[in-house]
Design a protein around this ligand. Structure first.
Ligand SMILES: Cc1cc2nc3c(=O)[nH]c(=O)nc-3n(C[C@H](O)[C@H](O)[C@H](O)COP(=O)(O)O)c2cc1C
Length: 169
């Protein structure tokens, strides 16, 4: 397995639309006891906010991973090549019901602030800056509220500073 090297947001080459929207990512965080959980996400972004390079993700209240993200100051976003089957599994089964990381055969690494995966091609190490549940009254496009939240399980938006980008050659 190739080693990761660190790159800067300025030097990073990647298309966030395909990386997140088409190829998907794993959001991973750990609790104080060192236990980790991860879930697939296809919504989110990368950009600049408050003069900082940031990533944002949205997590519904039912996700077990939300407990881990809420319990930690940090989370990671891992991007893969050729792991769609594993990502589909991580996005359809809950860590409440199975030890997903073990069953997925992914190797979780704990040598950074947030756990991440050895099999990833790119990893963003993120520090939480802001969290807020989306509010129905704030939708300008009301049809999106009706379409995506029929049972009113609004995502929490997390905006996080990208502290480190790890890439494989
Ligand atoms: C392709 C794909 C994209 C997903 N994107 C998101 C997302 O952006 N936010 C979210 O809350 N759930 C998303 N999910 C659903 C979670 O990954 C799924 O509910 C998962 O089983 C949660 O696992 P957990 O309970 O172990 O956290 C996505 C699922 C798939 C398959």
């Amino acid at each position: 397995m190739a080693a990761f090297k660190t790159t800067t947001p300025e030097e990073f080459i990647g298309n966030p639309f395909s990386m997140i929207g088409s190829d998907w990512m794993l959001v991973c965080a750990q609790k104080q006891d060192g236990s980790a959980n991860a879930m697939t996400a296809a919504w989110g972004g990368m950009g600049v906010m408050w003069g900082l390079n940031v990533a944002y993700v949205v997590i519904r209240p039912t996700r077990f991973t939300k407990e881990f993200v809420d319990a930690s100051d940090n989370f990671s976003l891992s991007f893969f090549e050729g792991q769609k089957k594993v990502l589909n599994y991580m996005g359809t089964v809950s860590g409440r019901d199975e030890d997903k990381i073990k069953k997925s055969a992914l190797t979780v690494l704990h040598n950074e602030k947030a756990p991440y995966f050895e099999q990833a091609q790119v990893v963003l190490q993120c520090k939480k800056l802001y969290a807020q549940e989306l509010l129905p009254g704030c939708f300008i496009a009301k049809e999106l509220d009706d379409k995506w939240y029929p049972i009113r399980d609004y995502h929490t938006l997390y905006i996080a500073q990208i502290e480190k980008i790890l890439v494989k050659d």
